[in-house]
Design a protein around this ligand. Structure first.
Ligand code: C5P
Length: 238
């Protein structure tokens, strides 16, 4: 049970960060039907494009398209109109594009793709206080995350991508306004790799994540299907 008494089930998303289309399709076959959600990022989308998204969706997967859009409001709204032609369930945009950009994005989504969840990216985890300072932002990364989260709620965004360590604070301020999607997950016993502050799937579910994003522990496993199954079992009892 999650610490905030929510009854929603936390769901697993596989980050499909593979080198090429063939490896990705092969992995999905090996991962089995229990895996429902797949994240497609910039690397694969810029190589293989919209057809690749359709191909993965045709395998029965729901798609989280992680393109982190950031441009003038009209351009982002038009990009969302284009994406509405694709079988995509969740899409990321940068909250630092501002309230007008996010509001226009939400209006475009509501008009063209009512089922699509728009998720805001706040501060990239590759940025610390010094790199925020370099681009003229004097707030701490934490303050910046919370400030952008408030702008996202005011703009009508459906969710946020954030660290598991930020979930509690976001819930405390915004209640259940957002679907919260959290990377940085490591099942017990798997390598952290370059992820610094990790949580296990059950810890992430307990703090209130709605979706966890897991890449390497699944696609580098000898038996990806077994890892998917174990993570899903862990989420079920959380
Ligand atoms: O392989 P791993 O489980 O670390 O993959 C996590 C996925 O989540 C990758 O696609 C990574 O780019 C993404 N991600 C992240 N940390 C963030 C935002 C996205 O690890 N802050």
């Amino acid at each position: 049970m999650s610490t905030d008494n929510r009854t929603k089930q936390c769901q697993l998303i596989l980050a499909l960060d593979l080198e090429d289309r063939e490896s990705a399709i092969k992995l999905l076959q090996r991962a089995g039907n229990e895996l429902q959600w797949v994240k497609i990022g910039l690397q694969m989308f810029t190589r293989y494009g919209p057809d690749y998204v359709r191909e993965i969706a045709d395998l029965g997967k729901r798609i989280f398209l992680d393109l982190k859009l950031h441009d003038i409001p009209n351009t982002v709204a038009k990009a969302i109109e284009s994406i509405s032609q694709l079988p995509v369930d969740m899409l990321t945009i940068h909250t630092c594009g501002g309230k007008e950009m996010m509001s226009n994005a939400v209006a475009s989504q509501q008009q063209t793709a009512p089922h699509l969840k728009l998720l805001g990216v706040t501060v990239l985890t590759s940025m610390d206080a010094a790199s925020l300072n370099e681009i003229g932002l004097s707030r701490s990364p934490d303050e910046q995350v919370l400030s952008l989260a408030s702008l996202a709620e005011e703009s009508g965004m459906s969710g946020l991508v954030c660290s598991t360590h930020e979930v509690g604070k976001i819930h405390a301020i915004h209640g259940d306004a957002f679907a919260l999607v959290t990377p940085g997950i490591r099942p017990t016993g798997s390598e952290a790799g370059d992820q610094k502050r990790v949580m296990t799937p059950s810890e992430a579910a307990r703090v209130g994540s709605d979706f966890i994003v897991v890449g390497r522990p699944i696609y580098q496993a000898a038996n990806p299907k077994k890892v998917v199954s174990r993570i899903r079992d862990e989420l079920l009892v959380s």
